[in-house]
Design a protein. Structure first.
Length: 71
């Protein structure tokens, strides 16, 4: 005789709390800028400083901070 097992389906986190998951995803996108976004902002900072070379690491760090804060 063949035994059959009822498969229990558990809802995924998205199915359980779609609003919370969507909100967390939106917040994550706000706080995790892409490489391209950081590069673009760092270039803007570079130009605003008068395009002086030698401070690219500071420009990058400032751009990353600003974007993570949603500025």
């Amino acid at each position: 005789m063949a035994r059959t097992h009822a498969k229990t389906s558990h809802p995924t986190p998205t199915q359980q709390m779609p609003e919370t998951t969507a909100r967390n995803a939106a917040a994550s996108n706000r706080t995790t800028p892409t490489h391209e976004q950081i590069a673009r902002r760092a270039y803007e900072i570079f130009l605003a400083r008068g395009a002086g070379h030698g401070q690219h690491e500071q420009d990058w760090a400032q751009a990353e901070r600003e974007l993570k804060l949603g500025r």
